[in-house]
Design a protein around this ligand. Structure first.
Ligand code: NDP
Ligand code: PYC
Length: 339
């Protein structure tokens, strides 16, 4: 029987990477996945932490993702659009391949986009946003998922939980970053409530009968609800259009049709747009970074907190004290390595 333990971020990365290598993933796939999963644990984002390892392994075993894929980059001379094909592997190493190129082009043109096609995506988007704010750029990131969310006024799953994230660089400080599902919550949270035997907050989901439910099992069999009613529903639809149809990749209904289940990680595309604040502000008085700080100060001055502050505080603790895992979580790491 394993006991609860505290691991350094590097030690946890090694263990997660070893699980993926053992399951047949090549070095670039395993390392990129381990980075985002460990970042989830490090930043206390449990819905996209080690709990996701089993979904990755199931998706590999089902033959729905290529564990040995090597992504390829296509960037026409002079274009502001950089395309990376994940070649049927995970989207994370594809993003890592393209991020330097899109950052360079955003600095050159003021704006540039990275399109990731043919990738399996299961992670939070803030690691990708932060990769761009680290380059001094603002960024928008979005992707579809698979049909689990009823459009506002509907009763059946159609849209995905379609995450939407934004980052603004703050010289000398952690960036301003928000990252959320366009549903009331990420699907991972529903699953974590089911595992913990806890009821859902009201307003998150409806059952297969179309009636509101707080039972996670009924919610998983029914539909999740968009956040903010028609507003979240419209943003989720925009993501289907921009990061599905416009980039000629799968929409959430098509991703579900391809997979045939929501128990595996979804295959689809992803759209990342990077902006150079200096380029947009050029020619007018005022420094965009100084002006942004005034806005953040005014928000915090009212007693509000900035998004991602909870994560950055958790990151600070993890980097000095390590990541604490419960006995069942340690058991899970052990078991998954011996599969
Ligand atoms: P949450 O509702 O937990 O949080 C959303 C954002 O709001 C975070 O940036 C959070 O910052 C911020 N926030 C929360 N409370 C406050 C507050 N009181 N004041 C200011 N900001 C606040 O997220 P979701 O459940 O909607 O999504 C969780 C994750 O799931 C996301 O990272 C998303 O990318 C991922 N996801 C991925 C999908 C995929 O297909 N790949 C699909 C759906 C979701 P903080 O973290 O600091 O609390
Ligand atoms: O948590 O909603 C979610 C999710 C779907 C796909 C990856 N994460």
């Amino acid at each position: 029987m394993n006991e609860a333990a505290t691991l350094t971020v590097d030690a946890l990365h090694e263990r997660v990477d070893a699980i993926f290598r053992h399951a047949g993933l090549n070095a670039i796939q395993a390392a990129a996945l381990a980075r985002v999963i460990v970042a989830g644990e490090r930043d206390a984002c449990k819905s996209h932490g080690i709990y996701r390892i089993e979904g990755v392994l199931r998706t590999v075993k089902a033959g729905k993702v290529k564990p040995d894929a090597v992504p390829t980059l296509e960037a026409a001379e002079g274009s502001a659009i950089v395309k990376v094909n994940a070649q049927g592997g995970f989207a994370n190493p594809a993003f890592e391949l393209g991020v330097g190129e899109v950052a360079e082009r955003a600095r050159k043109h003021g704006i540039a986009a990275l399109v990731v096609n043919d990738g399996t995506h299961f992670s939070a988007l803030w690691p990708e946003v932060e990769a761009l704010t680290d380059h001094g750029l603002a960024a928008l990131v979005m992707c579809p998922s698979y049909s689990t969310v009823a459009p506002a006024g509907g009763k059946k799953p159609l849209l995905g939980t379609n995450p939407f994230a934004f980052g603004w660089p703050r010289p000398g400080k952690s960036p301003y970053v928000f990252d959320f599902a366009t549903s009331m919550t990420a699907r991972g949270e529903i699953e974590l409530h089911r595992r913990a035997g806890k009821p859902l907050p009201e307003g998150w989901a409806i059952g297969a009968d179309g009636e509101p439910t707080t039972d996670p099992e009924a919610a998983l069999a029914g539909a999740m609800l968009p956040f903010g009613g028609h507003k979240g529903s419209a943003i989720g639809t925009m993501i289907e259009l921009l990061a599905g149809i416009m980039i000629n990749d799968l929409t959430s209904p098509e991703a579900l049709e391809y997979l045939g289940t929501t128990a595996l990680a979804p295959l689809h595309g992803e759209l990342i747009v990077a902006f150079s604040p200096q380029a947009f502000a050029a020619g007018r008085p005022g420094d965009p970074f100084i002006r942004a700080e005034r806005l953040f100060d005014a928000i915090v001055g009212q007693g509000a907190r900035l998004p991602s502050q909870r994560r950055f505080a958790a990151r600070q603790v993890s980097s000095t004290e390590g990541v604490s895992l419960t006995a069942p979580e340690m058991e899970q790491l052990e078991r998954l390595h011996s599969l």
